[in-house]
Design a binder for this molecule. Structure first.
Ligand code: SF4
Ligand code: SF4
Length: 376
């Protein structure tokens, strides 16, 4: 299970680093054939600019577009973000619209292109038709921590192949990491990428995927096995992959790529594996609670949004809340109904002003301190 990791000090250095990265895996010709339609799938979570480190940087996508083209294949770019009502703004702010115009490649709207329904182990979901019609998929995540799943990497990035508001509803249906993990694995089975390439030049630590802090990681990573790449990304951030529920669920399902001894890491950025102590999300300890116990201790282990002075009363969080737990009043911060809140973090993910902090309950804080020493 080879994973290639190369140094990349900034986004100007991406073209050279990408060439070295792919050379470590035998070149792009191993993954893409002439005449193929190739979906390059970045993480376009919401309307943030590249320097905020929430979304995949356009220069990483540009380098991949060019390498795919060199193989005589046809690249195109798409993602279904969290904010689908303002897709144009997401494309503009993330730099993806300008990039696709400059490179003359299609930027496809997955919300209006039809979809097909699937069922896996009792989980029903749909995938956008253009994704299913692609000959090859390259998943291109940003390396970030994630308040719900621990890590948002190559596998979690495929959540954006699910079009529309289903994504928000799923947070209500599967509020616990272990249940949400089953959904992510089900999607991964249906949308298996031929290649995973991670933007770790500048990543995010703390309360990712959008409310954390940008952090210089200085590498690009790639593998034919998205799970193996995610395990390596965990190691670079100081997360234990066994505590990332969807990686654990994939390992249990025998999908491979999640056992550390089986992964061969190559390239000049292996030093990234002995990462400094990055800040992890303040919600991670729930991963240590067995699923069967969660219902019993739920009254003790909640975390809920708190709103700071940075709030501009835009109401986006209330619109995004799948549990209808937020109410807006003119000129005031959102009002939370704690009984309705399912702690999905969607409000925090969507807030453009970083005005929401997920605050843990006193018991949660105790659990976090107790488990601190166990993370590696
Ligand atoms: S918390 Fe954020 S998303 Fe919600 S109203 Fe305030 S600024 Fe808007
Ligand atoms: S208030 Fe925030 S954390 Fe609670 S259910 Fe709504 S979106 Fe999720």
């Amino acid at each position: 299970m080879p994973v290639s990791l190369v140094n990349c000090r900034d986004y100007q250095a991406v073209p050279d680093a990408m060439t070295r990265l792919m050379a470590g895996l035998g070149g792009m010709q191993r993954f893409v054939k002439p005449g193929q339609s190739v979906l390059i799938k970045p993480n376009l979570l919401s309307d943030h600019t590249p320097d905020e480190a929430v979304t995949t940087h356009p220069e990483v996508v540009r380098a991949l577009i060019r390498l795919v083209r060199e193989q005589g294949a046809s690249p195109w770019v798409a993602d279904s973000p969290a904010i689908i009502a303002d897709l144009k703004r997401v494309w503009e702010r993330t730099g993806m619209e300008a990039l696709c115009r400059e490179e003359n490649v299609p930027l496809v709207n997955l919300e209006k292109a039809g979809s097909r329904q699937f069922e896996e182990g009792g989980i029903h979901f749909t995938i956008a038709l253009p994704v299913l019609e692609a000959d090859a998929i390259i998943t291109v995540p940003k390396v970030k921590t994630h308040v719900l799943t621990g890590l948002t990497g190559a596998v979690k990035n495929l959540y954006g192949t699910v079009p529309g508001l289903q994504k928000t509803r799923f947070h209500k249906m599967y509020p616990y990491p272990q249940d949400f993990a089953r959904l992510l694995v089900a999607i991964y089975r249906r949308v298996k990428p031929v290649l995973a390439v991670a933007d770790g030049v500048v990543g995010m630590e703390g309360n990712g995927p959008s409310a954390g802090a940008p952090v210089k990681l200085g590498f690009l990573g790639a593998s034919a096995d998205a799970l193996a790449l995610d395990v390596v990304l965990c190691r670079t951030l100081g997360l234990d992959p066994r505590n990332v529920a969807h990686l654990d669920a994939a390992r249990r399902a025998g999908l491979g790529g999640t056992d550390w001894p089986d992964i061969a890491v190559e390239g000049d950025a292996i030093g990234a594996l002995s990462a400094r102590d990055y800040k992890l999300p303040n919600t991670v300890p729930i991963q240590y609670v067995p699923r069967w116990l969660i219902g019993l201790v739920q009254p003790l282990i909640w975390h809920r949004p708190a709103f700071s002075d940075a709030c501009v009363f835009c109401g986006k969080c209330a619109k995004a809340c799948p549990a209808d737990a937020l109410r807006m009043e003119p000129g005031k911060r959102p009002v939370l109904d704690p009984d309705k809140c399912i702690a999905c973090c969607c409000c925090q993910e969507i807030c453009p002003e970083h005005a929401i902090e997920m605050r843990p309950s006193p018991f949660f804080r105790f659990a976090r301190n107790f488990t601190k020493g166990r993370r590696s």
